[in-house]
Design a protein. Structure first.
Length: 322
């Protein structure tokens, strides 16, 4: 079955990376929920897309934290704001989530806490019992080289949380994903849980850049690169534009051979991110997001990340009935 992976939860409807967002995605029929993971000062993994907090929480409205605003260099980019690694979990729990994108519904701002990874797992377990279907978790390690450099590595607490809650072996309902390569290789040495190599549309993995390795995501997406990935990972999570490219005007080009090449290497293919709102949908689909899903399902992907689990599930069912 083609997997519907709830990208940051039902993030098209509720603030991303909140239990409410994940719970809604599960109710909509998502197979997996995706928490991006960063660390607090006291080494607890929490679900945020970035370690900078002001884009997705009300931290800027807390005068008690005004002095924490700093400028840091994260993966080669200078960023000013408030960072998870400068807050304890207890302090993080005083913040409330807000919608990141201005054109999405803002009515839930201020209602939801920032969840820990342990809380996300507990939700998936509870909903699996309640619904009678297995709800998987699909965690991503965010900025793993950076977090390891400041003494807050992500991989060890990630594996500890998973092991303590029964995620073991090749068939566990979990995929661990990363845009970096080195941390996935290290993970493969200590776990047999499924691993996914993420790929941007351009650029290169940050750990390559930090080490002076000139290889790019484009090279990883070649048959030779995919064969190398297959030695440590179970699949790839490419930007969907690596499968169906687009020009500067958003118009689509013919599909590439990436899905077939990855399958030939024995790899799963889980592209990202499918969104039907704002300017995210290519003009070729004429405002019908189900046409995009249909195209990618027909190209043979094994799953996909969507902000709108309900649309993805409906499109999958329609495609299956043809």
């Amino acid at each position: 079955m083609i997997l519907v992976i709830a990208h940051r939860g039902a993030s098209g409807y509720r603030p991303e990376h909140t239990l409410a967002s994940y719970e809604l995605a599960i109710a909509m029929g998502a197979d997996f929920i995706e928490p991006d993971l960063v660390s607090t000062k006291d080494g607890i993994l929490i679900a945020r897309h970035e370690n900078e907090l002001s884009g997705t929480t009300d931290v800027a409205d807390h005068p008690e934290f005004a002095s924490r605003r700093v400028t840091k260099k994260i993966d080669g980019h200078e960023i000013t704001g408030w960072f998870t690694e400068d807050f304890t979990l207890a302090e993080i729990k005083t913040l409330r989530a807000k919608e990141r994108l201005p054109f999405r519904d803002q009515s839930s701002n201020g209602q939801f806490e920032v969840p820990t990874f342990a809380e996300v797992i507990a939700l998936a377990k509870r909903k699996s019992t309640e619904t009678g279907r297995t709800i998987g978790v699909y965690p991503e390690t965010k900025h793993p080289t950076y977090f390891r450099s400041i003494g807050l590595p992500l991989e060890e607490p990630l594996l500890a949380d998973l092991q303590e809650t029964g995620y073991r072996g090749r068939t566990a309902a979990v995929y661990i994903q990363s845009f970096e390569v080195g941390n996935l290789k290290r993970l493969r040495e200590v776990t047999d849980l499924p691993l996914i190599q993420l790929m941007e549309a351009a650029g290169r993995p940050w750990d390559f850049a930090a080490a002076g390795d000139p290889r790019t995501y484009h090279e990883l997406a070649t048959p030779a690169g995919l064969a190398e990935i297959a030695a440590y990972a179970d699949g790839i999570g490419p930007d969907k534009r690596r499968i169906v490219p687009a020009g500067p005007d958003g118009r689509l080009f013919p599909p590439t051979s990436l899905v077939a090449d990855a399958h030939a290497a024995g790899l799963l293919v889980h592209p990202w991110t499918f969104r039907g709102d704002g300017s995210f949908l290519a003009p070729d689909y004429e405002g019908h997001p189900e046409r995009e899903y249909d195209q990618f399902f027909s190209l043979g992907v094994d799953g996909l990340f969507s902000d709108f689990s309900d649309t993805a599930v409906r499109a999958r069912e329609a495609w299956r009935q043809r």
